[in-house]
Ligand binder design. Structure first.
Ligand SMILES: Cc1cc2nc3c(=O)[nH]c(=O)nc-3n(C[C@H](O)[C@H](O)[C@H](O)COP(=O)(O)O)c2cc1C
Length: 306
């Protein structure tokens, strides 16, 4: 087995680097720039039961060391996703994780039922952490009871691993993580964006059409590392996928040292499309330099002195 191979529960990845939901589509355009089979995996843009037009413009704003987005889960809906994107994903040659979201439990149930028979899907990521939608996002993801009962409702509908993507906006992320695991989650993904806002003081208007937006990029990395470390400390046997502010290999390694078994690269891809490959290369060099037998040994290898 390659030194870079890792597992997230039962999902085997050729390396620990996935691309994050909403930052890569299904990889069609990036597939013209590099060989997608070099990735550990692709997490698709969140798909919903019905098509969604998304939020009013402007939807993006650059901030110091980060960006705000308020896309609002714009997507063509599950019907078109299965028809148009699954044939493409079938041939990508890396792990495929499909991200889903809904307004009510029945939406999630229907999505899982539709995705369950599709062989090329390795895991389903449950997005209960989008700050840019009125229903089903943070309203679900900040309530331990709702998270547990949603995952418990979905668990019997598929044998595929269920990953639950958590919000940093919850007061106690370990409580939400434990609730997801009690419901039957196989892995926890942390973090989604933080709720943010910017204001044009000259015009006295919000910079974002939806007023609120999700903050991502290097600015959120310290928050993400703290959440990953907190989750790993509270739930040491549960695989964690670290997300947030990865813009070079060292950032991904920091996530792994904090306890992540794998990572997802998000908005850093907008600045540098080849970033996921650079991160994979950097992790390999780190293993070599520091004598790690394999990338999986980096997980949780943080030294806390004193
Ligand atoms: C433009 C944009 C769109 C996003 N869309 C989604 C989405 O559809 N579903 C989701 O779970 N996360 C979405 N995210 C959040 C990312 O997957 C990731 O959790 C977050 O950006 C933090 O990682 P980063 O700092 O590496 O960007 C989106 C992020 C951005 C910047």
């Amino acid at each position: 087995m390659s030194k870079l191979a890792v597992s997230v529960g039962s999902v085997r990845l050729k390396n620990p680097v996935l691309v994050a939901s909403g930052c890569f589509g299904v990889g069609r355009e990036y597939g013209e720039l590099f060989d997608l089979s070099l990735l550990g995996g692709i997490v698709t843009k969140t798909v919903t039961r019905e098509p969604r037009a998304g939020n009013p413009a402007p939807r993006l704003w650059e901030t110091p060391s980060g960006m705000l987005n308020s896309i609002g889960l714009a997507n063509p809906g599950i019907e078109v996703f299965i028809e148009k994107e699954i044939p493409f994903l079938n041939d990508v040659g890396c792990a495929v994780v499909v991200s889903i979201a809904g307004k009510v439990f029945e939406d999630f149930e229907e999505l899982v039922r539709r995705l369950d028979p599709i062989e090329c899907i390795d895991a389903i990521e449950i997005n209960v952490s989008c700050p840019n939608v009125k229903e089903g996002g943070l309203a679900f993801g900040t309530s331990p009871e709702t998270v547990e009962s949603l995952v418990a409702t979905l668990r019997p509908l598929t044998a595929k691993p269920l990953w639950v993507k958590l919000t940093p906006d919850a007061t106690d992320i370990a409580l939400i993580g434990r609730s997801a695991v009690n419901g039957g989650a196989d892995a926890l993904c942390a973090i989604n964006t933080l709720t943010g806002m910017e204001i044009d003081v000259g015009r006295r208007v919000p910079r974002i059409g939806n007023i609120f937006a999700g903050l991502s990029g290097p600015a959120i990395r310290p928050v993400a590392l703290a959440k990953v470390f907190t989750l790993h400390s509270a739930l040491p046997d549960i695989p964690i996928v670290g997300i947030g502010g990865i813009s070079e290999a060292g950032d991904a390694i920091a996530h792994m040292l904090a306890g992540a078994s794998a990572v997802q690269v998000g908005s850093g891809i907008f600045r540098s499309p080849h970033l996921p490959l650079e991160v994979i290369r950097g992790i390999a060099e780190y293993c070599e330099f520091f004598d790690f037998a394999g990338a999986r040994d980096i997980t949780g290898a943080l030294i806390i002195e004193g």
